[in-house]
Design a protein around this ligand. Sequence first.
Ligand code: C5P
Length: 226
Amino acid sequence: MRTVALVPAAGKGTRLGGALPKAFMALGGRPLLSWAVAGLRDSGVIDHIIVVAPADRLAEAQEIAGPRASVVAGGAERADSVRAGLAALEGAHHVLVHDAARALTPPSVIVRVAEALWSGEDAVIPVLPVTDTVKTIDEHGYVAGTPARATLRAVQTPQGFRVPVLRAAHAAALAADDLTDDAMACERHGVPVRTVPGDPLAFKITTPLDLRLAESLVAARADPRA
Ligand code: C5P
């Protein structure tokens, strides 16, 4: 039963405002991608890693990812990058799609997702309760509604899937340009998606504030996940 991790790392990272693509920006002197790959390896549940990198950084990504990893070129949108990674998957039963930007994800989260998959789930995502009240708004900026907070969850990665399930869901969602995660493709395809507890440390480094938070966590403790 091979479990493979697919790491989308082909984003530009414009919201972070750096000169480099986000996955290649430094955190504690190491690229974000290096942290994400280390967490996957430390989990002990991953047999192989496929990194999806910008087309002009394939060699650099391979060097960062190290052995038992391969690298493929990504696409314009995150879903295109995931599809490129899926096309390179051979012989795997399960795939964990894990954003390079969630660099400090504790290995325990990765283990929880893998174990739920191995127990027979088709799709598994790590989630956290939401602390803010969340509103939907209309196109004029007025509030349209307030979903009950108790029913809301913030979603992290890795998101785990049985390989044929994710392949079929992404193929069916080819025309969609609004996919913000992979579970969404499964939901639309009628696949039940199981939730497991996430971890605050699995936050996505998206803005300069996120990077400062990650830097301070790393400065306080060499490996905040240990
Ligand atoms: O843009 P966002 O923060 O949602 O990106 C999440 C992850 O997806 C990042 O690790 C980013 O590098 C990756 N990505 C990608 N290909 C894209 C866009 C984003 O691999 N075209």
